[in-house]
Design a protein around this ligand. Sequence first.
Ligand SMILES: CCCCC/C=C\CCC/C=C/CC(=O)SCCNC(=O)CCNC(=O)[C@H](O)C(C)(C)COP(=O)(O)OP(=O)(O)OC[C@H]1O[C@@H](n2cnc3c(N)ncnc32)[C@H](O)[C@@H]1OP(=O)(O)O
Length: 280
Amino acid sequence: MAFRTKNLFEKTTKLVRSYSSDKIYTHMSLTLNEQTGIATLELAKPPVNSMSFGFLSQLAAAVQQSEADKYKGLIITSRSSGVFSAGLDLKELHHPDSDRILNYLRRLQDVWFQLYDCSTPTAAVINGHSIAGGCLLALSCEYRVMVNSFKIGMNEALVGVPVSPMFIACMQSVIGQWEAEKALLVGRLFTSEEALGVGLVDEVVGGKSEGVCKAEGYLAGFREVSARARGLSKRYLRQEVVRDLVRRREEDVKKLVEIISSRGVQDSLGEHLERMKNKK
Ligand SMILES: CCCCC/C=C\CCC/C=C/CC(=O)SCCNC(=O)CCNC(=O)[C@H](O)C(C)(C)COP(=O)(O)OP(=O)(O)OC[C@H]1O[C@@H](n2cnc3c(N)ncnc32)[C@H](O)[C@@H]1OP(=O)(O)O
């Protein structure tokens, strides 16, 4: 089979360089199957694929690449066998520099808009725990296959930070208002099986390769469909959520910076980081 592993940054060097101070293409790899036209984006930032500034920049470049090259599909998964993504990098949020946190949250918004609103068909193979921002990443894709025995959800309530409008909108659009409210207000993490029950994921499988097959099956379903019509329909279906968040994006970012910088939230973040350190 003809596989081409693309160093994303060959084509997007300019973009990535202007976005990121991290070393080029260190946190993920993009592999295109030239026979199917489906690319796999494998997150590879040990130990937990936390979303640092550089990670978000590379994710943005990957999504941009899939749009520019008109991939038939994009599968997002993790190279780790235990963690899909632990979400936002807590070190970016703890004692942040005011300019950096502003730019970090703007970057997060940009990536989310790019992924959520992209016309490329997308699927997530969640082969490990998927927490908060990790859950957002999976929810922004169209289809989710989850490997059993892991946890997924938005735990902000337990971390002591508010769930931001972008995260809420995504959760609501997939599992509905009431289930989202019940989950988000207590920071519930669902097991794979519970996630299936509530509609947070579409399928549960025994392992990553089975998950990739299921995701490819979903994406192959569009073979006979006009890519242009499909892409436009997806945008129309998602436009209400996007429009609202675009309209209020600067207001949301500034408010969040204010909240994150507050003493109470910083104390909670510090305690959460301490708990993680002490769990060993
Ligand atoms: C308007 C636009 C705005 C958008 C909104 C923006 C902000 C809104 C406000 C804030 C919102 C935040 C959303 C988030 O995503 S916050 C992140 C929440 N995530 C977590 O709490 C995850 C915590 N991690 C875990 O539960 C576990 O690590 C695990 C993922 C289940 C994996 O467990 P395990 O395999 O046992 O690994 P360890 O726990 O031992 O961790 C290894 C290593 O990694 C460090 N680490 C874990 N998670 C993070 C993280 N999110 N960020 C940074 N670092 C992390 C952990 O401390 C260990 O480090 P050491 O080996 O050095 O001890």
